[in-house]
Design a protein around this ligand. Structure first.
Ligand code: RIB
Length: 310
């Protein structure tokens, strides 16, 4: 099986649960507070590893207690952490997540993630080249991607970019990305466009994959725009659902599944992940996905063409 490298952010997530969100200047009482591992890079690496991927994580941790706690947790996930850097006098990345009726609002303080930069990737480039599928997000400096993607492209690597949080990407960068996976809001920022989604999809056949929440995922196969529907689930916490999708998608691509099958695999994993609180807590293992697809209800829905995935 092909090897997967995730280059990205690593955070400690601080969750606050409350039934109402405060207005500016207002104080409300919350119901719960908990810590959980996160960061889009770490989340995508965990998702891919739990689903059977051979995964290395490239990124930065800070000079604090969170760094040790996170590294220990990630080691247990069977992820190669040999190339992580530990940044002196910098805090580990932190995300402050307000959870309200299964919806979330997130503020990320990147801390050490800002050091996952061009200098760092110059040092680890040779290790990175040992991998076949390379996965990025945008919680680390964009200049790092702009430096690295052309080099990976020249080497014929499969490059997956989940452009979250959304930033404008240069056309010459997009050209070298194999699969770009914004959601239905992010694509407008990434391409700086007001074009309808369908028009944009048609310009990027088998490359642009737009996740549309409960509806599913759309892509253009060169002939038709296909919607791969999402799973019908009652979400408890959608934090990390997109990351679960990306990690699962990378595994499926690394295993040689078709684009549509890979999206479907990602949808199932993401659907299963939102049934628990915390980004990584609910991420499924391979056997969970296998059990799910072997269920009679799923197979019946598949036959009728009405499978809902997320
Ligand atoms: O995508 C969810 C993640 O976004 C959280 O884990 C948080 O750390 C932020 O990076």
């Amino acid at each position: 099986m092909q090897r997967i490298a995730v280059v990205g952010s690593i955070n400690m997530d601080y969750f606050i649960e409350s039934s109402v969100l405060p207005k500016v200047g207002e104080t409300v009482l919350g119901e719960n507070f908990f810590l959980s591992m996160g960061g889009k890079g770490a989340n995508q690496a965990v998702s891919a590893a739990r689903l059977g991927g051979k995964v290395s994580l490239f990124g930065s941790l800070g000079d604090d207690e969170n760094s040790e706690i996170i590294a220990k947790k990630l080691e247990k996930e069977n992820i190669n952490l040999a190339n992580l850097q530990y940044v002196k006098e910098s805090p580990t990345g932190a995300a402050f997540i307000e959870l309200c009726q299964s919806e979330n609002r997130i503020i990320v303080v990147p801390g050490a993630n800002n050091d996952t930069d061009v200098n760092y990737v110059k040092n680890i480039a040779q290790e990175l080249y040992k991998h076949d599928v390379i996965v990025f997000q945008l919680e680390t400096p964009l200049s790092m991607l702009e430096y690295l993607v052309p080099l990976l492209y020249e080497q014929g690597k499969t490059i997956i970019v989940n452009p979250a949080p959304a930033q404008l990407l240069k056309p010459e960068l997009i050209e070298k990305i194999t699969y770009l996976t914004p959601n239905e809001h992010e694509y407008q920022i990434v391409f700086n466009t007001n074009q309808p989604m369908e028009e944009l999809l048609k310009q990027y056949p088998n490359k642009l994959i737009i996740t549309c929440g409960e509806e599913g995922v759309r892509f253009f196969d060169g002939t038709d725009i296909t919607l791969v529907p999402s799973m019908k689930v009652t979400p408890v916490d959608t934090t990390g659902a997109g990351d679960t999708f990306s990690g699962a998608f990378a595994v499926a691509i690394a295993e040689g599944m078709s684009l549509q099958e890979s999206i479907q695999f990602g949808n199932i994993a993401a659907g299963l992940s939102v049934t628990k609180k915390g980004a990584q807590t609910g991420m499924p293992y391979r056997e969970d996905v296998t059990q799910f697809v072997n269920k009679k209800e799923y197979r019946d829905e598949e036959k009728s063409g009405h499978t809902q995935a997320n």
